[in-house]
Design a binder for this molecule. Sequence first.
Ligand code: ADP
Ligand code: MG
Length: 472
Amino acid sequence: MTTFADLGLSPELLKAVEEAGYTEPTPIQAEAIPAVLMMKDVLGIAQTGTGKTASFVLPMIDVLASGRRRALMPRSLILAPTRELAAQVAENFEKYGKNHDLTMVLLIGGVQMGEQVKALNDGVDVLIATPGRLMDLFERGKIMLNACELVVIDEADRMLDMGFIPDIEFICEKLPEKRQTLLFSATMPAPIAKLAKKFLDNPKRIEVTRAASTNENITAFKIPVKTREKRETLRWLLRNDLVENAIIFCNRKTTVRELNKSLQRHGFASGEIHGDIDQNQRNAELQRFKNNEINILVASDVAARGLDIKGVSHVFNFDTPWHPDDYVHRIGRTGRAGAKGRAFTFVAPEDAEAIENVEKLTGSEVPVFGKKDVRVELPKAQPKKEGPKQDDSEDEQDEKPKRTRSRRNESRDDDRQNDRAPRREKREDRSGSRSGGPKSGNQSRRRDQDDEPVPAGEWNGPKPDFLGVGFN
Ligand code: ADP
Ligand code: MG
């Protein structure tokens, strides 16, 4: 077994790593750290949550420990696609670099430029920047890149999604010819491969798992649902799948907002992050989630990109993402660094094409969530915060805004069928033992109240209709 000590890091650094609580390098760390220490260019491809940050931050600290800084000319540069990600890299530098005398400047939008410029004047060892802000300062002549001999392009595929590739190219062209370049990405779409070919010199290619394959710590399912059943299905899972905390991804900002409101109406402790929410508020919301004041975060892709949120037990794709790469990023929020996680993807008719693309990209079919996958050990205390009836119908309405009369007639049976599960669930919540009901509705949701013996491994709670596909 490889240890951090085997990788050639300095004793001061090993001490900081130990204090951070890491006992064993992740596979990408085990491969990248020695290569970076040997001053090689590195092309690192590993899925989200595999510890890519430390795989460059740790060796960089040792590489930068020798040498001295000069005003306006940062010695190294790390490019990250979003402010949140840049800030996370900075946190890593602070954590691991505490036994070293290195100065770091974080150059991100939404922060006063004056302070940043002043810090640059004093000389920096590590400049961590988003491309936009860096271009801004560069064009004003406030920064010079010709002493930057160590460059990291982090989360390159996100850079691509966000349209930063021209900026990256511009920046790379201002860098000294003789330098060390490291590029990290969860996936390797063609434009990134091209970028790497252009700016990396004979790199060591480290591919920890197949690009876009997913983590074995993540149990992923898809659930075929009707569009209007998504909320109800989600609520059922939130209550019955032993959810500790969850991120719920939606494709649109409006869906994020509406879903969050709906969840709150139903008594869930949820919050939201999306592009329309300003940076301070986003950070505050994230902090509430990290502090466990809320355990559900409804998010859009841009807002949640790469955020390091530890120990998320569940990820829900309320919509199947349009870009299959986003699927990998989204579900990568769970199952991080060895912890097990569950990921559910809702597939309504309009998601059919998107899920096909996901399965093409990952090279395997996402299994359909079925009876055998239901977790029977329900938590003892169910939160009985179900909203009033009134709310539910309100909710139902905004779930089906475009339903026409004929559509309703056509699908009437379906509708009744679909309405059954949650009502029954609620009634049982109150009475605990209601008998009758068309479809095994007499079974209690708690095992200890059962009359009939239940075969081992059989789900004995109310059978949610969305599981129809998997049952029987
Ligand atoms: P990536 O950039 O690959 O998505 P991160 O660098 O953000 O992943 O790391 C993901 C999580 O794993 C972070 O919470 C980090 O603290 C943790 N982590 C990183 N390296 C290790 C390690 N060697 N052992 C345990 N946890 C680690
Ligand atoms: Mg990362």
